[in-house]
Design a binder for this molecule. Sequence first.
Ligand code: SF4
Ligand code: SF4
Length: 443
Amino acid sequence: MQYIPNILFIIALAAGIGYFTFNIRKIIRNIKLGQKVDASDHKSQRWSNVFRIALGQSKMVVRPIPGLLHIFVYVGFVIINIEVLEIIIDGIFGTHRVLSTVLPTGLYNFLIASFEILAFLVLVGVILFWTRRNIQKLKRFWAREMKGWPKNDGNIILYFEMVLMILFLTMNAADQSLQSLGVAHYVEAGSFPISQFIVPFFDGLSEGTLMVIERSAWWLHILGILAFLNYLYFSKHLHILLAFPNVYFGRVVPQGKFKNLASVTAEVKMMMDPDADPFAAPDEDATEAPAKFGASDVMDLSTTQLLGAYTCTECGRCTSVCPANMTGKLLSPRKIMMDTRDRLEEVGRNIDKNGEFKPDDKQLLNDYILPEELWACTTCNACVEACPVSIEPMSIIMDMRQYLVMEQSAAPQELNTAMTNIENNGAPWPYNQQDRLNWMDEN
Ligand code: SF4
Ligand code: SF4
């Protein structure tokens, strides 16, 4: 009988970690549907990006207030989870505050005190985030693509974090009361700068009631953490985990440098060279033309772009600086990332059901992202610059445009005219090359 809580704990832990692993494997499988990317270059720069951007949150502090709040929540949430290690050991072996028996008293007290202060800061940060979303109603959280699930998701995660922090502090407060009553099993350990203010609410409660409160908060806290872990898969909060690989695999070439297809470049060079021989044997180094130009569905995108779709936090920093969006165009770079993830999830469900992908008469282009959105992009790179986790919505836009132009000849009329002029006149204007210097005659 006395081992029942330990057995229940082990079952809950195994179920929580097992289901999480099951879903993470699905995410990895889905990301691998994309085109392989060679990221073996610039290793030191990639690691430096991880430390600076993902761990150091360097891009978050560009907007200091939300940046600072986010650092509180992030650091607090990560460090408090050291406490989870103790909870897991206690849960499995039936001990209580086991780390207090192995760590020096001063260090243990310092750790518990730090966890409490961080928990309080997380609580403050989360309440302010909730206020910004729901009372202040910041424009970027109320955009067209933020209706329904994305809006609820943003709030659910905040409620989750509030409840977890309150449970943590309640558990410590009840523990203190039990320690001061000298109840067996509740060893005197820890320093409680925040939860000491909750203790007076427990005055006069019996030992049994206090134990029920402490055990309930303890169980709900760890079950809540396991639920949170599994909720990540369905949420934009996957960035807690994926920001690190996403930054590592992110852009290391200069901002704005376009990806050119060698086969197309060779073709254009030949077209522009009046001495070129169109019947000459291809260069030995010439790159084979790809089976398909650009991207019309998620499988045509790179693994990095698909990883970015799962990493997107839906913060809207990209959309808030997008000139096309600001001037009322349909384009929102955040929506490009959300649509890519939604379509990828749909493809994943198709594979789950059929064992392999069965064509479903849908694709990312048109069913999720409209050409009107793609052609509104000015390729200014502001979205890429603004993203705190190094996602590149613009690269997806460019790949899809490439598909429209090269596979479907479906560029807007203005572009078609400019491209025809380049082909015929070597410049985007409708003037014959021989007439170029006519303007000089007018002077
Ligand atoms: S690159 Fe395109 S999508 Fe990104 S901010 Fe500029 S216009 Fe908007
Ligand atoms: S792409 Fe980056 S900036 Fe845009 S919503 Fe996603 S995380 Fe935020």
